[in-house]
Design a protein around this ligand. Sequence first.
Ligand SMILES: NC(=O)c1ccc[n+]([C@@H]2O[C@H](COP(=O)([O-])OP(=O)(O)OC[C@H]3O[C@@H](n4cnc5c(N)ncnc54)[C@H](O)[C@@H]3O)[C@@H](O)[C@H]2O)c1
Length: 250
Amino acid sequence: MFDLSNKLALVTGGASGIGVGIAELLAKAGATVVIADRNAAGAESQAIKLRQKGFAADFVQLDLADEESVVQACAAVVAKHAAPWALINNAGLQDRESLLEGTVAEWERTLAVNTRGPFLMMREIGRAMRDAGNGGRIVNIASCALTGAIIKGLTIYSASKGGLLAMSRAAGLELAEYGITVNTLLPGGVATPGAINARGPEAEGPGRRPALLGMCEPRDIGAAVVFFASLEARFVTNQVLGVDAGWSLT
Ligand SMILES: NC(=O)c1ccc[n+]([C@@H]2O[C@H](COP(=O)([O-])OP(=O)(O)OC[C@H]3O[C@@H](n4cnc5c(N)ncnc54)[C@H](O)[C@@H]3O)[C@@H](O)[C@H]2O)c1
């Protein structure tokens, strides 16, 4: 079950936090993992760590906010390896800004990475998957901020992740004819560098309540990704799964 041997998985944001857990769980399932991140040194270091554990891994630098960078990086991955079997759109910005102090600059910055970036990735890798003719799996990492308890300052972030969720549904419809599934994960709070160092006003609001089952770890999100990426999940598309340790129940 869930054997990803001889499958290529491309994970954005795999240099830090949740992406590290996703890359490791995919590698443990047998996939060759390519870590795509703006932080080239971090991506390379994670790929080296995976190889030292006996897994197959590579990295590519890309800036999701830059169309040309995305196009070039995706082409480089396909030329060096093959069309990915799985694309995990995980990279994201999670800084906060209060609505009443909100700026267009922060809107543009956040949506460029969290929403337009995954659009470009799905376009580029979707084309490669279609041309390869083997089907594929796309998993988009949104947030339980869409459905559960939230904190103040997430108006722009919520818009970016709501857009990602909406795109997942629309992309799933267009890609189904190629055997490509598109599903969305909604992680709960995970103590990652990005979450801990997020800029913005004090994190206050109902989302400060602890989750019932404890704090999620990157591997908890990774395990759900492996399911969506598996051959066994061939008829699972347009689904949304929260991995939030019961946060949404609080
Ligand atoms: N940590 C949480 O509590 C939490 C909760 C719900 C959802 N999420 C989502 O999970 C995803 C991962 O979050 P994380 O907490 O691991 O964050 P993180 O900041 O620790 O890691 C994000 C990675 O994305 C990369 N990245 C950022 N901008 C990029 C760009 N323009 N191009 C390429 N790579 C870029 C960073 O270099 C970094 O390696 C994000 O989409 C986030 O919104 C996180």
